[in-house]
Design a protein. Structure first.
Length: 411
């Protein structure tokens, strides 16, 4: 086995992290690791200020209206669950019902509608399917085309007056294919303003500029540990004004219940943001690392860095197109994040991934990537694909080494 790792699994998590991330986490644990807001001493106050600086940086990155609209959490899955349960749980418990206007002025038993796509990660599909199986919602799944592109107009057409939520990914974690979420958001507000728009930014934040206001996004779930270069166990949920008004009158209730470090007299969670969607001791050391990582995100998203990553993707795609045994899935390079999934004739992805790792020290990701619907659409279920994903630290030599190893395996 090679003594060094050639890391091409950035879509799962970025590695290596900037040294400043490690330094910040070490320094935090050594000098400041108190519970924010849970005490008036200087360490607790310093930790609280650090977390507020992180909210400010994240809000600025995605053009949120205010830092308070960034609810911090564990990862993108955590944020997606927070959003989905906040919207749908009131219907499950009979706390919220469809407005009679949505039913044409009639009173009838009609579960709310939810629209999603077949390329979603299980973080979206599984909670939605659970609500559908329990007859809480009517779930409509919009199919992608052969490149993994979902027609935004088809998403809007799938909605009706009973639709309360549209949930879709900004970029596929299998294909890298970027979706036109801006058109979906804009058209939803024009034709179905009663529906909230939730976007999964697991593969886009840190790669693609995001303006939640310009894209008409109501809720944006994102991780801190992928292209934002922070540690695992970090992420967040943007909660826009349509999803949660200043007075908390939307009816959304976060699924976490517990201490917030603020008003402890109330028997229920505070209706103020971000506390409604946060609870318990936060991952303070992780947030210290993510705050330090934010200093590097601007550089990672610079035109030069993006161009470099595109060139690395081009190397992978060109290699695939030059070998009849290899098929690359997804959209052209201009319409994808730096992710390339390959199907290789006569070889199982799991076998290839294992050989690349043990014999060549190359870290790639075989399998279904927690998105079985996407693989069904691409005809790669149940084996999946061999996925290479590059990041800001990936070099041409890394990709060349992977391609050389692949050539040796295939003979």
């Amino acid at each position: 086995m090679a003594s060094e790792v050639t890391y091409l699994d950035h879509a799962a998590t970025s590695w290596p992290k900037p040294p400043a991330v490690l330094d910040a986490m070490h320094a935090f644990l050594a000098t400041e690791a108190a519970n924010p807001g849970r005490g008036g001493h200087r360490m607790a106050l310093a930790t609280e200020r650090r977390i507020e600086r992180l909210r400010e940086r994240l809000a600025k990155l995605i053009h949120a209206e205010s830092p308070e609209r960034i609810a911090l959490g564990l990862n993108c899955t955590d944020a997606l669950n927070n959003a989905i349960h906040a919207v749908l749980r009131p219907f499950a418990h009979g706390v919220r019902h469809l407005d009679q206007a949505a039913l044409g002025g009639h009173t009838m038993s009609c579960p709310p509608g939810v629209v999603t796509t077949n390329i979603e990660h299980n973080s979206v599909l599984r909670p939605l399917q659970q609500y559908a199986d329990e007859d809480v919602i009517r779930l409509t799944v919009v199919a992608c085309d052969e490149q993994g592109v979902v027609d935004p107009d088809a998403v809007v057409r799938a909605c009706d007056s009973t639709t309360v939520l549209v949930a879709m990914t900004h970029a596929s974690n299998v294909l890298g294919t970027i979706q036109d979420v801006g058109r979906v958001g804009t058209e939803l507000r024009r034709h179905h303003p009663e529906a909230l728009f939730l976007v999964d930014a697991a593969q886009s934040i840190g790669h693609i500029p995001i303006d939640v206001q310009a894209l008409a996004i109501d809720m944006l779930a994102f991780p801190g540990h992928k292209a934002l270069l922070g540690p695992t166990g970090t992420g967040g949920l943007y909660v826009g004004p349509r999803a949660y008004g200043a007075d908390g009158a939307s009816g959304l209730i976060g699924y976490r219940q517990g201490g917030t470090g603020g008003d402890s007299t109330s028997p229920v969670m505070p209706r103020t943001l971000p506390h409604q969607f946060e609870g318990g001791t936060p991952n303070t050391v992780g947030y210290a690392g993510l705050l330090a990582a934010m200093d590097h995100v601007e550089e990672a998203m610079s035109p030069a860095s993006v161009a470099q990553q595109h060139e690395l993707v081009r190397m992978l795609l060109d290699h695939a197109s030059s070998d009849d045994r290899i098929r690359a899935l997804g959209a052209p390079i201009e319409g994808r994040t730096p992710v390339v999934s390959l199907v290789i004739e006569g070889h199982e992805p799991q076998d290839l991934g294992g050989i690349l790792d043990t014999s060549f020290g190359i870290a790639a990701r075989p399998g279904l990537h927690c998105a079985p619907g996407c693989h069904r659409a691409m005809g790669t279920f149940p084996s999946g694909t061999l996925r290479f994903s590059v990041g800001a630290s990936t070099t041409e030599g890394d990709v060349a080494a992977a391609l050389k190893a692949l050539g040796e395996i295939l003979g």
